[in-house]
Design a protein around this ligand. Sequence first.
Ligand SMILES: Cc1ncc(COP(=O)(O)O)c(C=O)c1O
Length: 381
Amino acid sequence: MMEIPFHKPYITDDEINEVVNTIKSGWLTMGPKTVEFEENFKEYIFRDSGVGEKNRFAISLNSGTAALHLALKAIGLNAGDEVIIPTNTFIATAEVVTYFGAIPVLCDIEEDTHNIDVSKIEALITKRTKAIIPVHLGGQPCDMDEIIDIAKRNKLYVIEDAAHALPSKYKGKMIGTIGDITCFSFYATKTLTTGEGGMATTTNEDYAKRIKINRLHGISRDAWDRYTLKGSWYYEVVDNGYKYNTTDINAALGLAQLKKIDWMNERRAEVARKYTEAFKGTKVIPPVVKADRETSWHLYVVKVNNRSELFEKLKENGIGTSVHFIPVHKHPYYKETYGYRDENYPVANYVFEKSLSLPIYPGLTDKELSYISETVLKYAK
Ligand SMILES: Cc1ncc(COP(=O)(O)O)c(C=O)c1O
């Protein structure tokens, strides 16, 4: 029997050397490596965007959740406002809305992509709606043209939850260049990891400034400016901020990972192609990618009729799998606080009952891949 975990980060001597060199440099928290990581990330996301150099912004944060939180603060979300999000997401997407005393309004999803169903968004808009947070599930971009159009007509902000979507493209455009603010996650299982971390990208200088100030207590200047020889002791607190900065140790890891992001993406795509080939014409429904988009392949989610049983069978056979996600409307806290009703999300309920995420990462070998596909096909119903 093989032992295959659900996820394994792809860490080589490149990452280890970058981190060790950073520790040896004596600058541990946010400093030169963070600045370099932000610069390289910005270049990577905006390189073919046509956006001018001075309108490109990437702000490094200590998690994707922090990025979403500060994005909502940057657009001025207030208590009582409503934000439309898909119910099929990680709880962080809903949680950040509640930080403001605002209300997460849940939208059902599409059966094929598991992304927000744009045809159901407008019915949820009220006078209090302030923003939409599309979540690019597993890396596949949502229907962004339709979402931007709805947002424009209804004067709403679009904050993209791109925790899974590095690198992903919608009609040739990189995710990170489309909405008002885009939020990435570098959590341990993500396509690029810094252990924990996140990044917000935007083309709006005011949003970038607010996020930057709020990531460090609302202080008008970074520690980097304050503690180097160029710096001064004086600083001012200009907003009620948070402690959401990254460290240079994390940034060092990110810098090394970013250099190989395209290669890692190709390898994930290859794994996905091989799975899809193996499941063609079987009881296992593979993920569907729309023709005009490219996915990061953060997740490979199949649908089967015996999801829970298959999870157990794969576990008995040494294969780790997961479920993305338990919909927000099913979690007791959210259900009780916001009164969500199961019957309003029929597609999400159906998808949730059937979905199972299989291992997909650059280090997965062909032998492991064949073992997983064969075992899935043996037990799937
Ligand atoms: C869809 C989605 N949004 C947001 C987040 C939050 O990211 P982080 O764990 O970096 O805070 C995650 C993390 O798993 C996620 O899957």
